[in-house]
Design a protein around this ligand. Structure first.
Ligand code: AP5
Length: 220
C-alpha cells in the first residue's frame, strides 16, 4: 500500500454538533484565539450556490431539503482546499458529517491528529435558535434577535450593505429534517472520535462566551 506523505499541519480542530448547536459561533472565536484557518463546508457550499457554480447547482437541492451533499463531493472539496492551503492549523466546521467523511479526512490529514469538539445542545433549543437566526448577506456573520445577538440598528457593520436575511434551510420543516439527519448520520462520527480518544464533549447551553470558556478548557 502506498504510504501517505507526512505533512506538518499544526493544530487541527473539528467542531461537531447538531444544526444550530453554535458551531459557527464558536468557530469564529476559536480561529481568532488559536490563529487557525476556518473551513466551514456549509459556508463554502452556500457561496457555491450563490455563484451558480457546478458545485452549487449540485449541492442546492440537498441543502434545501435538509439532507447531506454526497460524501465524494464533499471529500473532493476538502482535498482541493487542503492542497491549496498547505501547512498551518485548521478548524473544520460542519465536517466530517458521516463516518465515510471521517475516514476520508484521516487519510487527507496524512498523519496529523485532530481533536473533535462536540457541542451538546437539546433539540428544542436548536429549533428555537435556528428559527430566529439571521445572517449578514455581505459577510456571513450570524445574529439572533431572539437572543439579543444583534448589531446596533439591526444592520451588520461589516462595511457591506449590512442586510440580514433568513437562510432557506432555517424553515421549521427543514430544521426538523436536518436534526433527523444529524441523529442518524452524524452521531456515528462522534463514536468514531470517541474510540480514538480524541472527542471532547462540551455543554453548548449558555451564552456564547460561557460556552467558549468551556471549549477552551476542553482543549487544554
Ligand atoms: P451548515 O451550514 O454546516 O449548517 P448546520 O450544521 O446545520 O449548522 P448551522 O450553520 O445551522 O448551525 P451552527 O451549529 O453553525 O450554529 P450557529 O453558530 O450558526 O450546513 C448546511 C447544509 O450544507 C447541510 O444541511 C448540508 O446539506 C450541507 N453540508 C454542509 N456540510 C456538509 C458535509 N460535511 N457533508 C454533507 N453536506 C454538508 O448558531 C445558530 C444560531 O444560534 C445563531 O443565530 C446564533 O447566533 C445562535 N447561537 C449560537 N450559539 C449560541 C449560544 N451559546 N447561545 C444563544 N444563541 C446562540
Amino acid at each position: 500500500m502506498e504510504r501517505a506523505e507526512e505533512e506538518e499541519r499544526g493544530m487541527v480542530i473539528i467542531i461537531l454538533g447538531a444544526p444550530g448547536a453554535g458551531k459557527g459561533t464558536q468557530a469564529e472565536r476559536l480561529v481568532k484565539e488559536y490563529g487557525l484557518r476556518h473551513l466551514s463546508t456549509g459556508d463554502l457550499l452556500r457561496a457555491a450556490v450563490a455563484d451558480g457554480s457546478q458545485l452549487g447547482k449540485l449541492a442546492q437541492s440537498y441543502m434545501n431539503s435538509g439532507g447531506l451533499v454526497p460524501d465524494d463531493v464533499i471529500l473532493g472539496v476538502i482535498r482541493d482546499y487542503l492542497e491549496q492551503n498547505k501547512g498551518g492549523g485548521i478548524l473544520f466546521d460542519g465536517f466530517p458529517r458521516t463516518a465515510v467523511q471521517a475516514d476520508g479526512l484521516a487519510r487527507l490529514l496524512k498523519g496529523n491528529s485532530a481533536t473533535a469538539v462536540m457541542l451538546a445542545v437539546p433539540d428544542q433549543l436548536v429549533i428555537d435558535r435556528l428559527s430566529a437566526r439571521r445572517v449578514c448577506r455581505s459577510c456571513g456573520r450570524v445574529y439572533n434577535p431572539a437572543l439579543g445577538i444583534m448589531p446596533p440598528g439591526g444592520r451588520c457593520e461589516c462595511g457591506g450593505d449590512g442586510e440580514l436575511y433568513q437562510r432557506d434551510d432555517d424553515r421549521p420543516e427543514t430544521i426538523r429534517r436536518r436534526l433527523e439527519v444529524f441523529h442518524s448520520q452524524t452521531e456515528p462520527v462522534l463514536e468514531y472520535y470517541r474510540r480514538q480518544g480524541t472527542l471532547r464533549e462540551v455543554d453548548g447551553v449558555g451564552a456564547p462566551d460561557e460556552v467558549f470558556a468551556r471549549v477552551k478548557k476542553a482543549l487544554v
